[in-house]
Design a protein around this ligand. Structure first.
Ligand SMILES: NC(=O)c1ccc[n+]([C@@H]2O[C@H](COP(=O)([O-])OP(=O)(O)OC[C@H]3O[C@@H](n4cnc5c(N)ncnc54)[C@H](O)[C@@H]3O)[C@@H](O)[C@H]2O)c1
Length: 450
């Protein structure tokens, strides 16, 4: 990072205050959504801390190291308070939030007791669903309409009703639905322009997956959209054009939680020390519904593509062919029901050091998938709402920190190193608030300018 603070002059924003209630729209009310909702309710009721949430727990340094300030991020930028969040969403199953949270088995029944009534009051609205895109699931709570444009209009109506019912000021949508099958034909004319996409919705074209119908409905209503799955929902010119036309913030894709989080922490360290890489084998077992969906090879392909891309931009094999020109990267995900949401990931990393000597690194991460994902959704919701109040539309690359496969301008390389993403996000917040960026060079402490 060598941009001077001056190069950001004029980029500070007037950010409208976070007044009133914020509606959080969740297409897909499964393990991640319920863990988020239950967690926020428990935090609001004083039973827990929002651990893992950067917006709530992290402080940001302002000013130089000889006279620094460290406000909490939530006090530095105007974010909605957790008490102002109201949750709603869609699912193909019609279990209420309490039943579904118990079924997911992420949080103990006893822990849910204080918020049981609030959870029971949240029931998913009927979903826009197509079994061709999620082959291993079927459920009764599904909308019917003559074409996909009509389905989008029904979703818009759900959002209007929700807003009125709860007196909400603003809405944000985060896709927490299942992984859809990988779409090979993204060159299709339906994905190139807004007109092409809208025609495809009206013509009920089979290639338009449900997640795109939700994203279209949200953007048309001026609602920021984040994509937590590896779906290609907003990764095409038509959706980016739509977001720019309506000046709506979008971000994706695929929450960075377990194994990929570790990958983007370890890989930048190996690269920084110029250690070579021969191979990186990543294997996982998980037994939740997400795992069941990923058991279908076509849905797994979406995950594989999203997970597979992270190492390239970190290791820059084109610039360092001797070290990274020929490494073998393999990813396996196995559905193993006994584990439920308690995922286990193994990484075997074969590296090379001085004189080409071979070494190995093993990582065994016993994680809780939705426990890692819930604070990510919370932060994305709060930041996207803030971006919206700051008048920011289109791709929000500064939120790459939260994604396995960060969306950025097509001519740019995505940034995957967690540390670069962290710096990018913090400096963006500083810039928006008219503070100086921090470049960590530090020479000025020893060689002050006259
Ligand atoms: N848990 C994690 O750590 C993590 C990390 C990265 C990405 N993700 C992604 O987040 C998403 C949610 O994960 P999860 O663990 O909550 O999965 P889940 O299977 O528990 O929940 C997904 C829910 O989406 C519903 N659904 C599917 N299609 C729908 C549609 N068209 N409309 C409405 N609902 C629909 C399913 O019925 C299910 O209840 C998945 O795409 C997953 O790949 C999760």
């Amino acid at each position: 990072m060598n941009e001077s603070a001056e190069s950001h002059d004029g980029m500070a924003r007037e950010i409208a205050p976070a007044k009133g209630k914020l509606g959080v729209l969740l297409p897909g009310m499964g393990a991640v959504s319920w863990t988020l909702i239950a967690g926020v309710l428990l935090v609001n009721a004083g039973h827990s801390q929002p651990i893992g949430s950067v917006t709530q727990m992290s402080r940001i340094r302002l000013g130089k190291r000889d006279n620094p300030q460290y406000p909490f991020i939530k006090d530095f930028v105007p974010l909605s308070s957790l008490n102002d969040l109201v949750f709603g969403g869609w699912d193909i199953y019609d279990d209420n939030c309490y039943q579904a949270a118990l079924a997911c088995g992420v949080i103990d029944k006893q822990k849910l007791e204080p918020i049981r009534k609030q959870l029971e009051d949240i029931k998913p609205w009927s979903a826009v669903f197509d079994p061709a895109f999620v082959k291993n699931l079927s459920g009764p709570n599904v909308k019917q309409a003559p074409n996909k444009m009509k389905l989008a209009e029904m979703l818009m109506q759900d959002m209007e009703d929700f807003k009125k019912q709860h007196g909400l000021e603003r809405l944000v949508m985060c896709w927490c639905g299942s992984t859809e099958v990988y779409q090979e034909d993204m060159g299709h004319e339906a994905f190139q322009t807004i007109e092409g996409f809208e025609k495809a919705l009206k013509d009920n074209l089979a290639i338009i997956p449900p997640s795109m119908i939700y994203a279209y409905a949200a953007i048309r209503m001026g609602i920021p959209f984040a994509n937590g799955s590896p779906n290609q929902t907003i990764d095409h010119p038509a959706m980016v054009e739509l977001a720019l036309k309506y000046n709506v913030a979008i971000a994706g894709k695929d929450f960075k939680t377990g194994q990929t989080l570790m990958k983007t922490i370890v890989a930048p360290g190996l690269k920084a020390r110029m250690l070579g890489l021969d191979g990186w084998f990543s294997s996982n077992i998980l037994g939740n519904r997400d795992g069941e969906v990923l058991d279908d090879p076509d849905s797994f392909r979406s995950k594989e593509v999203s997970k597979g891309s992270v190492l390239n931009s970190i290791f820059q094999d084109d610039l360092y062919p001797e070290l990274y020109g020929d490494y073998y990267h393999k990813i396996r995900i196995e559905y193993y029901p006994p584990r439920g949401d308690a995922k286990e990931g193994w990484d075997n990393i074969d590296i090379q050091g001085w004189l080409g000597q071979k070494m190995q690194l093993k990582i065994n991460f016993l994680c809780r998938d939705s426990i890692l994902a819930a604070p990510v959704v919370l932060d994305l919701v709060l930041f996207l709402d803030m971006a919206s109040r700051a008048g920011m539309g289109g791709i929000q690359e500064w939120l790459s920190f939260y994604f396995k496969s960060p969306q950025c301008r097509p001519d740019l390389q995505p940034v995957n190193s967690l540390f670069d993403q962290d710096e990018k996000m913090r400096n963006t917040l500083r810039i928006l608030m008219g503070e100086k960026v921090i470049d960590h060079s530090g020479l000025d402490y020893y060689e002050p300018k006259c």
